[in-house]
Design a protein around this ligand. Structure first.
Ligand SMILES: [Zn+2]
Length: 229
C-alpha cells in the first residue's frame, strides 16, 4: 500500500502531499502547535482505488471542512459503503465531534477510523464527551504510533528523493501518555495526563497523575504496555 518510488515531479499525488517540515512540526506529539492538519484516505465500495488528500484549518476546523467537501462533491448512496481513515494532528473538539456524529447518522454506509497525534484540550469535559459520542457512533479512535507516522510519511508527505524511509522518529513516551489518557476518556475516568505550558519560555511539561481509580479501572495489560507499572 505504501509507495516506495519517491515523489517525482510527475507523481500525480504530489499536489495533495504536505511538505516534510510541515508533517514533522504539525504532527509532533510533543509540540502543542496551533495549526491543525488532516490527512485522509477514502475507499468506495469494493473499488480498490484509495483517494488521498490533506486539509488544514481555515475559518472552520479541518473536520467540518472535510464533511462539507465530501457531501458537496459526492451524492451518497446508502447501498455504497465508504471507508474513511483520518490522520489528525489534534483530536476533534466537541463541536466537530457533534458534526461528525451527525454526518455519520446521515450516512450509515460510512465507516470512520481516526488516528490522532494529540488530544485537543483533553481536560475539557465537553471534548471528552465528544470523543465518547464518536465512539458510540461507531468511530474507532486511536493515538498515532510509529507505523501510522511511517504510513503517513510515505503516502501523504512530499519526501525528498530516496527518503521514503526517513520518517521523523518521535519518542514513544508521548504516544503512550496520550494513549493512556484516551483510555481514561473512554472509561469516563478523571484525566491522568496533565500538560502545562510556561507562556514566556514556551516550555511544555507533561505530568502523569495516576489515581486509585485509574489503577482499578484501566486494564492491567494496558498499564503494563504503557510501561507505567
Ligand atoms: Zn473542531
Amino acid at each position: 500500500m505504501a509507495s516506495d518510488k519517491g515523489c517525482s515531479a510527475g507523481d500525480p499525488t504530489l499536489r495533495r502531499r504536505i511538505e516534510p517540515w510541515e508533517f514533522e512540526a504539525i504532527f509532533d506529539p510533543r509540540e502543542l502547535r496551533k495549526e491543525a492538519c488532516l490527512l485522509y484516505e477514502i475507499k468506495w465500495g469494493t473499488c480498490p482505488k484509495i483517494w488521498r488528500h490533506s486539509g488544514k484549518n481555515t475559518t472552520k476546523h479541518v473536520e467540518v471542512n472535510f464533511i462539507e467537501k465530501i457531501t458537496s462533491e459526492r451524492q451518497f448512496c446508502s447501498s455504497t459503503s465508504c471507508s474513511i481513515i483520518w490522520f489528525l494532528s489534534w483530536s476533534p473538539c466537541w463541536e466537530c465531534s457533534k458534526a461528525i456524529t451527525e454526518f455519520l447518522r446521515q450516512q450509515p454506509g460510512v465507516t470512520l477510523v481516526i488516528y490522532v497525534a494529540r488530544l485537543f484540550h483533553h481536560m475539557d469535559e465537553q471534548n471528552r464527551q465528544g470523543l465518547r459520542d464518536l465512539i458510540k457512533s461507531g468511530v474507532t479512535i486511536q493515538i498515532m504510533t510509529t507505523p501510522e507516522y511511517d504510513y503517513c510519511w510515505r503516502n501523504f508527505v512530499n519526501y525528498p528523493p530516496g527518503k521514503d524511509t526517513h520518517c521523523p522518529i518521535y519518542p514513544p513516551l508521548w504516544m503512550k501518555l496520550y494513549a493512556l489518557e484516551l483510555h481514561c476518556i473512554i472509561l469516563r475516568l478523571p484525566p491522568c495526563l496533565k500538560i502545562s505550558r510556561r507562556c514566556q519560555k514556551q516550555l511544555t511539561s507533561y505530568r502523569l497523575n495516576l489515581q486509585m481509580c485509574h489503577y482499578q479501572n484501566i486494564p492491567h495489560h494496558i498499564l503494563l504496555a504503557t510501561a507505567w507499572i
